[in-house]
Design a protein around this ligand. Structure first.
Ligand SMILES: [Zn+2]
Length: 329
């Protein structure tokens, strides 16, 4: 397949239906065009989605709502990707129409309505990290998107990096933000971060807080964690990192978490290894496995750092893969 840059195309209603369970034609819009990254539009996707702060689409009967929690620009760093230079990284940004001035990380939380439950995957930053993030709380995005935070029944966590779990706890008191929800976490991730010898990242906060939470449930293996949601082992980015697959008929949604981190870097170049990966070789192996599965099953994937709409399909593209965003409303 040719490069994903500068491409916008419409697929047939039949193909759209097969992939997304939507009626009518569906345009897949390449994030970018000639847009520059700006604070409110870091990956060049439709500006309206950032202005609104959320995006909705369906996969079969599964209602998916993507909440945009904001961005975190960071200066280029030769160590950010172990086996790519800053020049190569910048070229990958320009190839999808982005400014190459900074690496713009962003946060998107996936919410699904499934079998009567409202399920959150990871929690957002809770307004506790960068000033440019925390929009879910600051802008009351759940309410705007039609989600009552008090009615979130389940929160399923991919891994324990601070940007994924800070929104579970209040900034000063660590009180639970979702005390009525069951919080489901990978046992191996819990075990790693609650080991007192681990001090990196959010470890100390995790050790002080999570063991006291009675509504946190650990799971092992690949059995459904709630009806309709199965874990996929994607260890590597963190020791116990997990992704999740949700099925509706023959359609699938895969919540990747950080399997691909930013799509324009690690989907296109699955062999690139992020310095932030705990085990970069394992992360790469599981990234390729998960992408191959997503290609074969025509699954829609969501990624936590994919910007907006933060969801799409994956296709083989030469030695790597291409990410094709879903059109959401
Ligand atoms: Zn992350």
């Amino acid at each position: 397949m040719q490069s994903i840059s500068k491409r916008q195309f419409v697929i047939s209603a039949a193909a759209a239906g097969a992939g997304f369970g939507l009626d009518g034609p569906l345009a897949f819009v390449q994030p970018a065009g000639a847009q520059k990254a700006t604070p409110s539009n870091p990956i060049g996707a439709p500006q309206a989605l950032y202005d609104k702060g959320f995006a909705k689409f369906k996969v079969g009967d599964i209602e998916v709502i993507q909440l945009f929690d904001g961005i975190a620009p960071r200066a280029h760093d030769p160590n950010f990707i172990k086996n790519a230079t800053v020049d190569e990284t910048k070229a990958a940004q320009r190839a999808v129409g982005l400014s190459d001035e900074n690496i713009v990380n962003s946060y998107t939380v996936t919410v699904v309505k499934l079998k009567g439950k409202t399920i959150l995957f990871d929690s957002g930053t809770g307004g506790q990290l960068q000033a440019t993030a925390g929009l879910i709380v600051k802008n009351d995005l759940m309410k705007k998107a039609g989600i009552d935070p008090a009615k979130i029944s389940t929160i399923i966590v991919t891994h324990f990096h601070g940007d994924h779990i800070s929104g579970l706890m209040a900034k000063d008191t660590n009180a639970q933000i979702f005390p009525n929800a069951e919080i489901i976490v990978p046992a191996s991730e819990y075990k790693y971060w609650t080991n007192p010898s681990v001090t990196a990242g959010a470890a100390k906060r995790i050790q002080a807080v999570f063991p006291g939470w009675k509504n946190m449930r650990q799971y092992e293996g690949d059995k459904e964690v709630v009806p309709g949601v199965k874990p996929i082992n994607t260890n590597g980015h963190s020791p116990g990192h997990m992704s999740y697959v949700l099925s509706s008929g023959r359609r699938q949604l895969i919540v990747l978490g950080d399997v691909a981190i930013m799509p324009y870097l690690f989907v296109k170049n699955p062999e690139w290894q992020a310095a932030s990966d705990a085990d970069a070789n394992l992360a790469e192996q599981n990234r390729r496995k998960t992408f191959d599965r997503a290609v074969a099953d025509k699954a829609v994937v969501t990624g936590y750092h994919f910007g907006m709409p933060g969801a799409g399909t994956i296709k083989k593209d030469g030695k790597g893969y291409a990410f094709v965003p879903v059109r959401a409303a």
